[in-house]
Design a protein. Structure first.
Lengths: 141, 112
């Protein structure tokens, strides 16, 4: 199995509802196992190409591995295991987190936000002074 | 081509994995070799499909894992937890009960 196939396997796992972190870990362990098999085969006198074929055969096909993962629902992400909960929890979480977005954005752009706040406060103060002058001129007239 | 395991093997890989890991911590490749060696190659686990089994046991709290760098490679070593030991004892008890019952039935089929 060429190394690129582990990336493809990882992508297929994620597309089928397996958590990305778990898919990455599984692909990593499979790649290490493949290396061990190939090294073992080379150590026993196989040519590199033959060793790669041997390792691929021993490891099993991507479909077999995917099937083994999908037969264990506990390995799937909670969104796939509890879709009804996800349908309620995700929008609620989104709404709850929405007000925090400006805070996080502000933390990332603190300098710009400080300048903008100072300008807004100065303009508000200037407007308030104008209004005060207007009120005084009406009252004293 | 390797002989495939019979269909009544459900649960046996889990029992073997727990039993082997009760002796010492191992990584996936080591475990596959150990299963072959200890069963005289009568049972061969799919090398790639051993990981979902290990991860499932870990998710259930029967195993724990840690990464170790060995000879320039990062290995994920699995070991048994207290829950895993209790599960192994239970599975071993069940296996021995079933084995005794099936052996008795095979040796004396006319007793029923």
């Amino acid at each position: 199995m060429p190394e690129l196939d582990f990336v493809s396997l990882q992508n297929r796992l994620v597309q089928q509802g397996v958590a990305a972190r778990y898919a990455r870990r599984l692909a990593g362990e499979l790649a290490e196992h493949y290396e061990d098999l190939r090294d073992e085969a080379i150590g026993t006198g196989f040519l590199p190409d033959e060793a790669a074929c041997f390792a691929e055969e021993q490891l099993g096909s991507a479909d077999e591995i995917l099937s083994a993962v999908f037969h264990r629902p506990e390995l799937r992400s909670w969104i796939y295991r509890y879709p009804r909960v996800a349908r309620i929890a995700l929008p609620v979480a989104f709404v709850a987190l929405l007000p925090a977005v400006p805070v996080f954005a502000g933390m990332n752009h603190a300098d710009s936000l400080l300048r903008w706040t100072c300008c807004a406060m100065l303009s508000a103060l200037f407007t308030a002074l104008l209004m005060l002058c207007l009120q005084l001129s009406i009252a004293l007239a | 081509m390797a002989q495939t395991n019979p269909p009544f093997m459900t649960g046996v890989p889990e029992l073997l994995l727990l039993r082997l890991l009760a002796q010492r911590e191992m990584y996936g490749y080591e475990l596959v070799r150990a299963v072959r060696l200890t069963t005289g190659e009568a049972i061969s686990l799919g090398e790639g499909v051993i990981y979902p089994a290990l991860h499932s046991l870990e998710r259930q709290g029967a195993l724990k894992s840690k990464r170790k760098a060995v000879d320039g490679r990062t290995r994920v070593y699995y070991s048994l937890t207290a829950l895993g030991r209790r599960r192994l004892e239970r599975l071993q008890g069940e296996w021995q009960r079933i084995q005794t019952a099936v052996t008795a039935a095979l040796e004396n089929p006319g007793r029923a």
